[in-house]
Write a protein that binds this ligand. Structure first.
Ligand SMILES: [Zn+2]
Ligand SMILES: [Zn+2]
Length: 423
C-alpha cells in the first residue's frame, strides 16, 4: 500500500478513481435497473429517494474528508514541557499524539494515518468526515446489495421461462459486472469501517494501535516487571508496562473524536469537526488520560529495541542539556575546556551503556528470529500483519529517539520558565 500511494501518479489519481468508482456503482447501477426487461423493474420512488439521499451524504462526507485541513500547530511564545517531544523536520515541539506526516510534510494533530484514497491525513480534524464517509459508503453499498438481491432473486424465479421473455443481454452483463465490482468494494470498505469504528470507540488511532502492539511485544519478550534502560542521551529510562492512556470510556471517546457530545450530530454530514486550538493548550495539544499509569504523559512508552539501535548507530551520549545550557554562558576558551571534559565523560559513559545494551540484547536474543528482526527494525517496526508505520504515512525518520531539542529552544524554555517563576 505504501509503495503504491508513494507514486506521484497514484497520489494524483486516487481521488478521481474513488469518484469514478462511486459514480459507477451509484448511477450506472440505477441505469441498469431502469431496463424494463429486468425484473422487478426500475427502483420505486421511495427506493430511489432513500438511495440517492444516502449517495448525497456519501459525496458530501467524502468531499470534506478530502478537503478539510488535517490541522497545523501554530506556536506562540509559550513554555512547553521540557521533556516534550521534538520534531526535527518541523523544528518545533511535537505535542502528544501528533506525528510527522511525510505526505503532508508537517506534524499532524492526533494523526491516524495518511489515507491514500482521500489524499489527506485522517487526523483530529478530519476523522469525523472520514468516519461519516465510511458509514455512508457502507450503508449505500448495503442498500445497493439489497437491490441486486431483488434482481437476482427475480432471475432465479423466472429461470424456466423462455429466454426471449427474460432480460436483455445488456442488462444481464451489466448486472453481473456491477455486482462483481460491488462485492469487492463492499468487502474492502466493510473491513475499513470495522477497524475505524473500533479505533473510534477505543480512542486509538491506527498508529497508536501499532504502538500498543509493539509495546506488548516488548513486554512479552522481557522476563521482569520492569528494567532500567539508558537512552541515547545517557538518561535513565524505566521500561515497564504502560497502559494505553487515552481510552477514557466509550461515550467520552466517541464524543471527543466527533467534537460533540450530541450523538445526533455524529453522523450528520453537515456537522463540523473538533478544532485545533490556537492557544497552545486544549484540544490537539493536550489529551485527557484515564489515569491508569503512575503518572501522566507516559505514552508512547520507550522502545528498548529502538534505543539499542540508536545506540548502535553511534547516537550515544551526545547530549547533556545541563552542560549545554551552562556552556551557553561561557567564554570560547572555557567552552573548549568544557568540551574536552565532556568528551572524557562520554567515553566512560559509552562503555557503561554498551554493557547495558548487551543486557537488553538478552531479551531478544537466541530465538532464531534475530536477523530478520534486525532487518525489520532498520526499515521500521513491522507488526504481525507486516505493516510498518511508514505504510500509514508516518515519517519514521522524524520518529527517532535522537530528535534533539535545539539549544536555542531549551534556552527559550528555560527563560520562559524563569520569567514564569518570577511572576
Ligand atoms: Zn513534524
Ligand atoms: Zn498526511
Amino acid at each position: 500500500m505504501a509503495g503504491f500511494s508513494d507514486a506521484p501518479f497514484a497520489e494524483a489519481l486516487a481521488v478521481p478513481a474513488v469518484c469514478v468508482l462511486t459514480a459507477f456503482l451509484s448511477y450506472f447501477s440505477q441505469f441498469v435497473f431502469s431496463d424494463e426487461t429486468l425484473d422487478p423493474g426500475p427502483l420505486t420512488r421511495n427506493e430511489s429517494v432513500v438511495f440517492n439521499t444516502l449517495l448525497l451524504c456519501l459525496w458530501f462526507s467524502y468531499f470534506r474528508a478530502v478537503t478539510v485541513d488535517p490541522g497545523r500547530f501554530i506556536f506562540e511564545e509559550q513554555v512547553l514541557d521540557a521533556d516534550g517531544r521534538w520534531c526535527k523536520k518541523c523544528q518545533a515541539p511535537k505535542p502528544p499524539r501528533a506525528h510527522h506526516c511525510r505526505h503532508c510534510k508537517r506534524c499532524i494533530p492526533k494523526m491516524d494515518h495518511h489515507c491514500p484514497w482521500t489524499a489527506n491525513c485522517v487526523s483530529m480534524t478530519t476523522f469525523p468526515h472520514f468516519l461519516r464517509f465510511l458509514v455512508y459508503a457502507n450503508v449505500s453499498l448495503w442498500t445497493l446489495g439489497y437491490f441486486f438481491w431483488q434482481r437476482f432473486y427475480a432471475l432465479w424465479e423466472t429461470r424456466h421461462m423462455p429466454a426471449h421473455l427474460g432480460p436483455s443481454l445488456f442488462a444481464l452483463i451489466s448486472l453481473a459486472m456491477t455486482s462483481l465490482v460491488w462485492a469487492v468494494t463492499s468487502l474492502a470498505l466493510g473491513l475499513m469501517l470495522i477497524t475505524t469504528l473500533q479505533g473510534w470507540v477505543l480512542n486509538r488511532t491506527t498508529i497508536e494501535e501499532m504502538e500498543v502492539d509493539k509495546h506488548e511485544r516488548n513486554i512479552r519478550s522481557g522476563s521482569k516487571e520492569w528494567w532500567d534502560i539508558t537512552g541515547p542521551d545517557g538518561e535513565k529510562l524505566r521500561f515497564e508496562h504502560v497502559e494505553f492512556p487515552y481510552d477514557v470510556g466509550f461515550f467520552a471517546n466517541m464524543a471527543q473524536a466527533m467534537g460533540s457530545s450530541n450523538p445526533l450530530l455524529w453522523l450528520f454530514p453537515l456537522a463540523g469537526n473538533p478544532r485545533l486550538s490556537k492557544t497552545g493548550t486544549g484540544p490537539g495539544w493536550t489529551w485527557d488520560e484515564n489515569g491508569f499509569n503512575r503518572k501522566f504523559g507516559m505514552w508512547p512508552p520507550p522502545d528498548p529495541e529502538k534505543l539499542r539501535r540508536a545506540g548502535r548507530e553511534g547516537g550515544l551520549a551526545r547530549r547533556n542539556f545541563d552542560t549545554e545550557l551552562q556552556d551557553a554562558g561561557l567564554s570560547p576558551e572555557e567552552q573548549v575546556e568544557a568540551f574536552r571534559r565532556r568528551q572524557e565523560e562520554d567515553f566512560r559513559r559509552k562503555h557503561k551503556i554498551m554493557a547495558e545494551l548487551e543486557e537488553v540484547d538478552d531479551y531478544y536474543g537466541s530465538d532464531g528470529e534475530r536477523d530478520s528482526d534486525e532487518e525489520d527494525y532498520r526499515n521500521g517496526w513491522v507488526n504481525a500483519d507486516g505493516e510498518r508505520l511508514q505504510d500509514y504515512g508516518v515519517d519514521e525518520e522524524a520518529e527517532q529517539y535522537d530528535d534533539e531539542v535545539p539549544i536555542a529552544e531549551l534556552l527559550r524554555r528555560r527563560k520562559g520558565a524563569t520569567s514564569y517563576n518570577d511572576e
